[in-house]
Design a protein around this ligand. Structure first.
Ligand code: MG
Length: 274
């Protein structure tokens, strides 16, 4: 439903938090194309930003995605820069920091074995009943991400065009989500990517992750700025906006890069003046 995304003019206002202590980013379609590595230009901008503020990347994806998309492309960053980077896979139910020359998991709030078993059983059975259990797939349909079970209709690595063709309106995904949710009342079944559904404990979204980030860093939400491509009410970044965090809406990483070209010098000037 990309064509239906309407950004209200107010979303483009320069954020009030002109000198945030921390800038948090969504990953897919904000820092990089979906499931793709950072462009070298964006990697360089992130390193420059890390020179002035703490930076967080928060996504529904798991740490392997962060490694491929972000970490592996920040080879030129100093240890001091990496130590200011906060990684929150699976909406902040996991948290990684760079300490002693390595990426270290600080915490992981995983589902119990019983929760995982029920989530996997229900989503597969419901998908089969609805006729959505495909045989031509690109990688596994079901994935245990520790704190999250993910159903990807065409597999984890399906080409974007195939995914779009499978469910152009999002109707299949929404039907599956509702049917699975009805059978998993104690868990939360949420729309993930274009053909994916995520199952977590209740109340896990990017707002949850941002609150955890404030708790872990001691930086108040009021001193943070969030940048995302899906801040519309149906988007997976919207809970951060609803939480009251200052947000900046972008359409793709080029938009984010243009914004950072403006923001970084402002932050550098503010740091020099203080
Ligand atoms: Mg996104």
């Amino acid at each position: 439903m990309h064509a239906a995304i309407i950004r209200r003019p107010t979303d483009r206002k320069t954020p009030h938090v002109t000198t945030p202590r921390l800038v948090a980013f969504d990953l897919d379609d904000t820092l990089a194309p979906s499931k793709s590595p950072l462009d070298p230009e964006m990697a360089e901008l992130l390193v420059r930003l890390l020179g002035v503020v703490e930076v967080c990347v928060i996504s529904g994806g798991q740490i392997a995605q962060f490694e491929m998309q972000v970490i592996d492309n920040l080879q030129g960053a100093s240890d001091a820069a990496l130590e200011r980077l906060h990684l929150m896979p699976t909406c902040g139910t996991q948290y990684y920091r760079y300490t002693d020359d390595a990426w270290t998991q600080i915490y992981a709030q995983n589902l119990t074995d019983d929760e995982k078993t029920r989530a996997l059983e229900v989503v597969e059975r419901v998908a089969r009943r609805l006729g959505y259990w495909e045989t031509k797939t690109w990688g596994p349909i079901l994935e245990d991400r520790g704190s999250q079970i993910t159903f990807s209709a065409l597999g984890q690595s399906a080409p974007v065009a195939e995914k779009t063709a499978w469910d152009p309106t999002g109707e299949k995904k929404n039907t599956l989500r509702e049917a699975a949710q009805a059978e998993l009342p104690d868990l939360e079944v949420r729309s993930g990517g274009s053909t994916s559904v995520d199952i977590t404990r209740q109340g896990i979204d990017k707002a949850y992750g941002m609150k955890k980030l404030a708790e872990m860093t001691g930086i108040p939400l009021d001193d943070m700025l969030f940048v995302g491509d899906r801040l519309d009410p149906d988007g997976n970044d919207y809970p951060v906006k609803a939480l009251g965090v200052e947000c900046f809406a972008v359409e793709g990483w080029h938009d984010t890069a243009a914004y950072l070209e403006k923001l970084i010098p402002e932050l550098q000037a503010a740091a020099a003046a203080s």
